[in-house]
Design a protein around this ligand. Structure first.
Ligand SMILES: Cc1cc2nc3c(=O)[nH]c(=O)nc-3n(C[C@H](O)[C@H](O)[C@H](O)COP(=O)(O)O)c2cc1C
Length: 206
């Protein structure tokens, strides 16, 4: 069982990473393998809408997105972490997730997901909502915690003092571990994946 934790901040070792580390510790304590994947601090293009990825399974822009998609094939769960930028997720992570999730129904369906956000003071729930929207229309199972998954601070030393925020991260890791084990136990005892119908596409004008 493996979980990839995506750090969507331009800071490799900042507040978002500190929150993800706390989730990671809980996952590891429960025997789940983990990897923190930093999206880096180079520009990440938005989706070009060319549709090539739907046919070929990878993006025409060969950057961190393709690197992540390769790793995602073998993962059972995902945590996407973002700093709050103007009451929204970071622009880089927004571009990254647009390109990761577009046309990726089979890659993410029935896997676990959670968002995590870090802010100095405000806008955390708005950013959290944005991150969760990708999972909720990708047939993923969104894992909750004892509060919305957020930490507060301008640097990782301040996040260290956010005891409730860090506890929320630990609970998230424990909940995700428990669900991963439950799904594995269900699979071993013959519980089948949910039935999927042929997609119906409507656009409200016909
Ligand atoms: C461009 C930009 C916009 C920001 N906007 C907000 C904001 O709307 N609300 C807030 O509380 N913090 C805001 N911050 C502060 C960061 O969200 C906060 O310090 C975060 O914990 C940094 O995480 P990081 O170290 O992982 O990058 C902003 C920071 C930047 C660089």
């Amino acid at each position: 069982m493996k979980v990839i934790l995506v750090n969507g901040s331009p800071h490799q070792d900042g507040c978002t990473n500190r929150a993800l580390e706390e989730v990671q510790k809980s996952l590891n304590k429960n025997g789940v393998d983990t990897e923190i994947f930093w999206i880096g601090n180079k520009p990440i293009s938005g989706c070009l809408g060319c549709g090539v990825c739907v046919k070929e399974g990878k993006c025409v822009i060969d950057d961190k997105v393709n690197e992540f998609l390769e790793k995602a094939k073998k993962a059972d769960g995902f945590v996407f972490g973002s700093p709050v930028h103007f009451a929204a997720m970071s622009g880089a992570l927004s571009s990254f997730m647009d390109r990761v999730f577009y046309g990726r129904g089979n890659l993410f369906a029935n896997k676990l997901a959670a968002g995590v956000v870090s802010c100095r003071r405000g806008g955390a729930t708005a950013a959290f909502d944005e991150v969760n929207k990708y999972f909720l229309m990708s047939n993923m199972i969104v894992v909750g915690s004892s509060y919305w998954n957020m930490v507060h601070g301008s640097n990782k030393e301040q996040v260290e003092k956010d005891e409730e925020g860090l506890q929320t991260m630990r609970h998230l890791g424990n909940n995700m571990s428990w669900l991963l084990k439950s799904i594995e136990a269900g699979r071993k005892s013959g519980v089948e994946l949910p039935e999927k119908e042929k997609p119906i596409k409507t656009n409200f004008i016909r």
